[in-house]
Design a protein around this ligand. Sequence first.
Ligand code: ZN
Ligand code: ZN
Length: 334
Amino acid sequence: MSTDFSWIRPESHGIHIVPADCWVDPSRAVAKALVTHGHADHARGGHGQTVATPETLAIMKLRYATSDGAMPVAYGETIKLPGGVDATYIPAGHVLGSAQILLEHAGERVVVTGDYKRRADPTCPPFEATPCDIFVTEATFGLPLFTHPPIEGEMAKLLERLAAHPERCVLVGAYALGKAQRVIAELRRAGHRDPIYLHGALEKMCRLYEEHGVGLGELRLVADHTKEDMRGAVVMCPPSALNDRWRRRLPEPITAMASGWMRVRQRARQRNVELPLVISDHADWSELTRTIREVDAYENWITHGREDALLRWCQLHQRRARALALVGYEDEDD
Ligand SMILES: [Zn+2]
Ligand SMILES: [Zn+2]
């Protein structure tokens, strides 16, 4: 029986579950991968077998056009891996299908969060804090300056700007997986019933969300409509299209972007964003530290972002911690 956590090993291209010879979110193709969610820095094509929630598998199929060796695991379900390792998928509250993975072996518990947030999100079930011995946490917004404001305020800003300019449209840049659908769902929650117009690159993922029970209201494709149709409307596009020639077909767009990075003024300026919306699918600083307190692990492994500040916070609060040097975790989403 191991008592030193030697059965779980952080390597440069992922977290290795040694007795099962499986990897969590590996950055290169492996025989057997446990995948937390569909963002490109966690989910890659080409694995022999991919264990993930049905929603994540559907997202991977859409993005990588491959579904070889797909093994679905529902939230709360525990599967047996070789070498006496149990794996349980627990909601991470990040995007549709996102999971933390609880790994248990010889009485020891390791939780790998993948990406997570603590705020309510109408598009996925909420994060569940899970006590464990080793807590592997992301740290995308792991600096005290990152405090995400309540989303209701950001939605109100968007809707006020829209109402003030009925002859124009508000063009919102948002990542294709997760952020775009969350913004649309939050607009609906705020009472916005008008059709929302989509850049073609967002269509399939929005449909996939709807097929999995996330209502997004009436969506229309920009390509099927005239400038006149879109006056006074919200138009959604991927961030890459914000400053693209494509926007010429829109009626005097007011440029908005939904991202946790909009907290940094320079990032908004770089993209010529007039209306920055600070909306993130990651935990902010206070949520990262609260979560570390709640799961109360013997040791915290910090990865995927600003490891240093969170590492120092752990040391100051007498919590064991180490930074992992995983490669290939450039953030796709925020
Ligand atoms: Zn992610
Ligand atoms: Zn990520």
